[in-house]
Design a protein around this ligand. Structure first.
Ligand code: F6R
Length: 638
């Protein structure tokens, strides 16, 4: 992984787009542009009129602006800002309000005068909204319009809360939120029913009138809409595509959000490429799947007709390329994820030696181990390796109040039955029960309730470990501090988080580490957990035992590695799939509807099975043997 900006805007794309390999680097570059604008306006004795966004995308930009304010004297005294939107109805001090977000993420940490920032009011009576919106726009116009508009993008292409169907000349107004927008906000509100149905949003026309517009997008959830906006036609079905009509716009995206752009997906159709192994594999797998032809049946004509004549010319014959890629794919398949003892391992993904390996499976939440690599976990145990699981966070916010009450009731009744009275435990549980019965929507759980919820998940994880067959002392609960805020919004990764990770690695001295390589959501728990492991591994890299330590990345419940990326695929038989399903069932608090369901109504075991079956299906379509299901891994060469 490097942090280089690797591509500048490409001529045929309709919106200038810069791809960064690291969202942090990208955010810093945007923060710099904003800071330069603020400073140059200040030099001219003018105000700088900013249009600002909320959501996860701009957080690091704001953090960098705060840093510049603290360390480089960047002043916000001449800044006047207008936020894009606010939920309706919404009180200003509610946990989910954009007022609160902006104060916490930026305004309270810089010297912007209180009277200089404007955010739509989510708490005005409905009959005043129209007038409020007119005044909001008039205020911007009176100041000479927005100098700079920062945007995020919804998974459905919305900008601000201008949902699909919004017109290019739409004004600031009250808007009904799309189901997908509300589902994406469930994480902040706890459940769909609590997500507001409406929002006040700045209209598309005001956004387009800004002198400069920069849109940020991180993660593959945004990839489809980014590609449509940048390469497709202007359509109200994707409001971000309206930005094609803006004379001074820039999209700043990370590699995942860029992954559907032609220059990433099929770069050989756009420019000359270096045909290394990875690029060849990507092109050949793509060709085979597009033409619905197994790799070994691809012909010279198939290559020539599909923009791959260059690749063909290098090899001479389709057969040569086909066999090379076919072999690579075949060599990635193994039923021996810990290496096959006494076998030639030249063409196997893992080393044969040492025969018995020490393994740590890092699981960001208490169920990711079994959901994402339950089949491999079981094989490693069955094949005699010393397997440890490190549960990185408590996962407590994903347990419902009902579930916690049920367990508290259990303890209280148990204590009653056996006369365990006046005991601290009884008091604590009674208080927790009381709290949950009277809990308000906007209230965070008490430390005790959080503990109960964490304990429930811990019990489930231990149950899975027993089921798979590892001793309970091999289950390590790291309770990483960054997670323990009681809300979706987490603390940044700290050295403390890295240190607990390092300590475990040093204690066990593993030959294999498995980690959740989720890059889909750069602000999500999985990514922070991965960062902790990567930082720990880098800090330990010089130690002798690390020379023998290989790191394998699996993906979480949401996505799978692309077929050409997979370096180890572990097949499962139908029985092994059922065994894995039973292991997932041990997580009862996460069954039959979970706290953060999102847009995907399937249960975790269903998502896992469908994903593993899809991977096996792809291998089969490429012309390899037909397995029931497969788990997939990519090696991180640190
Ligand atoms: C926020 C806003 C929205 C978000 C978009 C992306 O003020 O107007 O358009 O920018 O929903 O949200 P995140 O950044 O959370 O993915």
């Amino acid at each position: 992984m490097n942090n280089l900006i690797f591509k500048e805007p490409i001529a045929y794309e309709k919106i200038p787009t810069r791809i960064f390999s690291d969202p942090k680097e990208a955010s810093i570059s945007v923060a710099r542009e904003i800071a330069e604008l603020i400073r140059s306006k200040a030099k001219e004795g003018k105000n700088c009129i900013l249009g600002l966004a909320t959501g996860s995308s701009p957080k690091t930009v704001y953090a960098e602006l705060i840093r510049m304010h603290r360390e480089e004297g960047l002043s916000f005294k001449n800044v006047i800002s207008f936020n894009l939107d606010e939920y309706y109805p919404m009180e200003q001090d509610a946990i989910q309000s954009y007022w609160r977000f902006m104060r916490e993420q930026l305004f309270d940490h810089v010297d912007i005068p209180k009277e200089n920032y404007f955010i739509p009011y989510g708490n005005i009576p409905q009959n005043q909204i129209e007038e409020f919106c007119r005044n909001y726009e008039a205020k911007i116009e009176k100041l000479g319009g927005l100098d700079f508009q920062l945007l995020g993008i919804g998974g459905n292409g919305h900008i601000g809360f201008n949902e699909p169907g919004s017109l290019i000349n739409s004004k600031t107004r009250l808007m009904m939120l799309d189901h997908s927008t509300r589902a994406a906000a469930v994480a902040d509100f706890g459940e769909l029913a609590k997500v507001p149905k409406k929002a006040i949003t700045m209209g598309v026309s005001k956004i387009l009138q800004a002198k400069r517009v920069v849109l940020l997008a991180w993660g593959e959830r945004k990839a489809g809409m980014i590609a449509d906006a940048v390469e497709g036609s202007v359509t109200e079905q994707n409001p971000s595509s309206y930005l094609q009509t803006h004379p001074n716009v820039l999209f700043v995206v990370d590699e995942s959000a860029a992954s559907d752009l032609k220059r990433i997906k099929t770069p050989w159709l756009v420019e000359d490429v270096v045909w290394d192994n990875k690029m060849t594999k990507k092109a050949v797998c793509g060709l085979s799947l597009d033409l619905k032809k197994p790799i070994l049946k691809l012909t010279n004509k198939d290559y020539n007709d599909n923009g791959l004549s260059d690749l063909l010319a290098r090899h001479g014959q389709a057969y040569e390329i086909n066999i090379e890629v076919f072999n690579q794919l075949q060599h990635s398949i193994t039923g021996w994820p810990g290496g096959k003892p006494n076998a030639d391992d030249t063409n196997r993904p893992e080393r044969a030696m040492p025969e018995k390996k020490r393994v740590i499976i890092f699981s960001p939440h208490p169920d990711d181990d079994i959901i994402s690599m339950g089949g491999t976990f079981q094989r490693l145990v069955d094949q005699g390796h010393e397997v440890h699981v490190a549960y990185q966070t408590s996962g407590n916010i994903a347990v419902s109040d009902d579930e916690a009450l049920r367990f508290i009731d259990f303890v209280v009744d148990f204590n009653d039955q056996f006369g365990i009275k006046n005991d601290d435990t009884t008091r604590i549980f009674a208080e927790a029960k009381d709290f949950l019965k009277n809990k308000k929507d906007s209230e965070l759980d008490t430390e005790q309730v959080r503990y109960v919820k964490g304990l429930i998940r811990k019990g489930e994880a231990k149950n899975t470990c027993r089921f798979v067959g590892i001793p309970v002392e091999n289950a390590h609960f790291l309770n990483m501090p960054f997670y323990e805020t009681g809300q979706v919004q987490k603390k940044p990764l700290s050295q403390q988080d890295i240190d607990v990770t390092k300590k475990l690695i040093e204690d066990i001295k593993p030959h294999q580490i498995y980690a959740a390589g989720d890059l889909a959501d750069p602000h999500g728990t999985h990514k922070v957990c991965l960062d902790a492991i990567m930082d720990a591994v880098i800090e330990l890299k010089h130690k002798n035992f690390m020379k023998d330590c290989w790191v394998w990345l699996y993906r979480g419940a949401w996505a799978e590695w692309e077929i050409h990326e997979i370096e180890m695929a572990v097949p499962m038989s139908p029985d092994q799939v059922i065994q894995k399903r039973l292991g997932i069932f041990k997580h009862q608090s996460q069954k039959d509807g979970v706290v953060f369901q999102g847009t995907d109504a399937r249960e975790f075991w269903q998502r896992a099975e469908e994903r593993n079956q899809a991977t096996a299906g792809l291998y089969n379509k490429l012309g390899l043997a037909e397995y029931e299901a497969m788990e997939a891994f990519v090696r991180w060469n640190y």
